[in-house]
Design a protein around this ligand. Structure first.
Ligand SMILES: Cc1ncc(COP(=O)(O)O)c(C=O)c1O
Length: 459
């Protein structure tokens, strides 16, 4: 297979990366580590510096050297409509000309909460904030305030933000992780107080017996179990059939709240997110990323009774920027569009095309791997036997070197995906638009995947 001549000259690292190298040197003098988020230090695979992106339009982005890529990172799924979506741009521009913030109640936050409640029925009462981590803090406080209990059960390898409250056992090394039936609570960073670490219990994903035992031992102290319903930060490990139902039943029986961290899955898996997709309702849900389409908006919401302590101010939650009209206008435009028939379906359809291409090229080249997730968000994992991962520790055994080769080959050909392999590919409505240019994107990406897989096979 050869690349179509037209795009071959356009996409990929054809202009070199000298400008990015220079920007990184400049950044390193004034930004700690040259970056604004620790995860970005290592986002470029083979290159010793990150690529500096300067422009995005539709499904494509451009870096400071003028290299063009099809963007399947999409700001970790945030840019669900694609870059510069006309409806979103129009809504945000109109609000820029109307006033971006008043620090008071405003009408758009009400309309946005109504839209969310309409799309996700469990969201009976909503509160807004600005980033995923912040909204997680709100949901955890709500859970603790409602139950009067302190401890939280989270799963090893699930990511719920950088803040102290849950930055525990995000990615522990095998040596530090402890026994599988009782994983240790390992702070993700220095600077997290031990008292906070002790309040977070860790369980292995998809292991009912171990989870039940940990619950038996700690039931009276547990406020909530929190999950990433599809583990976006662990190569899209899926919940095994019945696992979410099992958690639901255990929580209900023991008076523990079930929280879905839908910061990635929300408004992406389905209009009603993972709650709708898997048919299992949590008590609280947290959203960010897709809800803002690239604007900093997040929210937590849930059952009326669980959110009532917040409503009555017995449990406090605040924030100057919460529900500001600028971001609320943007989020409303995003959710209204996602709610239109066919939009999510087209996203999933494009993703299914990519998944098929990875699967077929892997089979053709004899490269064992599994693809996890679904059309809107997925990841390929190079496992020795091609079997899907069951929980975090399986990912430690996957062939990271092979993923690195695959990713670098795609980047060189102008297909931009996550560098580490622990996060996912994301698809936007701009990829799924089904016009000539997005069909070209799909054909182009599939061809590049075939070539990258061949390199994987021979490496
Ligand atoms: C599942 C999940 N939860 C929480 C967060 C934290 O969100 P933020 O980076 O906006 O604070 C992320 C971010 O990637 C995430 O993927």
């Amino acid at each position: 297979m050869t690349l179509p001549a037209k795009v071959k000259t356009q996409l990929g690292l054809h202009h070199g990366t000298n400008a990015s190298r220079q920007w990184f040197a400049r950044a390193s003098a004034v930004l700690a580590g040259g970056v604004s988020s620790s995860a970005r230090s290592s986002t470029t695979g083979d290159l010793p510096y990150p690529l500096y992106m300067t422009r995005g339009a539709g499904s494509h982005i451009w870096d400071a050297d003028g290299n063009e890529f099809i963007d399947y990172l999409l700001s970790y799924g945030s840019v669900i409509l694609g870059h510069q979506d006309p409806d979103l741009t129009e809504a945000a521009s109109a609000q820029l000309n109307t006033g971006t913030m008043f620090g008071t109640c405003n009408t758009l936050e009400v309309e946005l909460a109504e839209q969310i409640s309409h799309m996700v029925p469990v969201a009976e009462l909503v509160r807004f904030s600005n980033s995923g981590s912040e909204a997680i803090c709100g949901a955890i406080r709500a859970a603790r305030g409602y139950t009067g209990r302190t401890r939280i059960l989270k799963f090893e390898g699930h990511y719920h933000g950088w803040v102290d409250v849950l930055a525990i056992s995000n990615r522990p090394g095998e040596k530090d992780a402890g026994p599988l039936d009782h994983p240790l609570s390992q702070p993700h960073s220095r600077g997290i107080p031990q008292g906070i670490v002790d309040d977070v219990l860790i369980a292995p994903w998809n292991h009912r017996g171990h989870v039940r035992q940990i619950l038996d031992e700690n039931e009276s102290e547990l406020a909530a179990i929190i999950v990433e319903p599809i583990v976006a930060n662990n190569a899209c490990i899926m919940p095994e059939a019945g696992f979410l139902d099992f958690l639901r039943e255990e929580c209900t029986r023991r008076g523990i709240l079930l929280i879905y961290d839908e910061i990635v899955t929300g408004f992406r898996l389905a209009r009603g997110g993972a709650a709708e997709y898997f048919g299992v309702r949590p008590d609280l849900i947290v959203w960010s990323k897709a809800i803002g389409g690239g604007f900093p908006v997040s929210a937590f919401a849930g059952r009326r009774d669980v959110m009532t302590p917040i409503a009555s101010n017995t449990v406090k939650h605040g924030g100057t920027y919460n529900g500001n009209p600028f971001c609320a206008a943007a989020a409303l435009a995003v959710l209204r569009k996602i709610n239109e028939p066919g939009v999510l379906e087209s996203i999933h359809h494009h993703g299914d095309g990519i998944i098929d291409a990875i699967r077929q090229s892997a089979r053709h080249c004899g490269v064992p791997c599994c693809i996890q997730g679904m059309g809107g968000m997925f990841q390929v994992v190079f496992t020795a036997d091609g079997q899907p991962l069951r929980h975090y520790r399986d990912l430690l055994k996957a062939d990271a070197r092979r993923y690195g080769i695959f990713r670098q080959a795609l980047l060189e050909r102008g297909v931009h995906i996550n560098s580490s392999g622990s996060a996912c590919w994301f698809v936007s409505a701009a990829h799924g638009a089904n016009d000539a240019s997005t069909r070209d994107d799909l054909n182009y990406a599939c061809t590049a995947i075939g070539e990258a897989m061949r390199l994987c096979a021979s490496a």
